[in-house]
Design a protein around this ligand. Structure first.
Ligand SMILES: C[S@@+](CC[C@H](N)C(=O)[O-])C[C@H]1O[C@@H](n2cnc3c(N)ncnc32)[C@H](O)[C@@H]1O
Length: 76
């Protein structure tokens, strides 16, 4: 599902896989991304993955964040 820039959800917490959500958002539609990604250290809330797979997934996520950010946007 691709979202129209004028129908982006406001003031909502969306519990979903961030990759699917990011891919549904239009280019240059977001002012701010604040992320606390998994560390891949085997913390209690994460399953440790092979480093190559972890880096591949995080690269895709960061590419999507870059795509959806406005030119004036920020990512933390
Ligand atoms: C470093 S922790 C965040 C800790 C949080 N900032 C805190 O202070 O409690 C990373 C979180 O990302 C979640 N996570 C991992 N992969 C995800 C994904 N693809 N989509 C959404 N959340 C994900 C994990 O379940 C975990 O809760």
């Amino acid at each position: 599902m691709t979202q129209n820039q004028n129908t982006l959800p406001l003031n909502q917490i969306l519990l979903t896989d961030c990759i699917n959500l990011l891919k549904s958002l239009p280019d240059e539609s977001v002012d701010l991304v604040v992320s606390s990604p998994p560390y891949n250290l085997g913390k209690e809330y994460e399953a440790r993955k092979a480093l190559e797979i972890y880096l591949e997934e995080q690269t895709i996520i960061l590419q999507e964040c870059t795509r959806i950010l406005k030119n004036t946007g920020s990512l933390f």
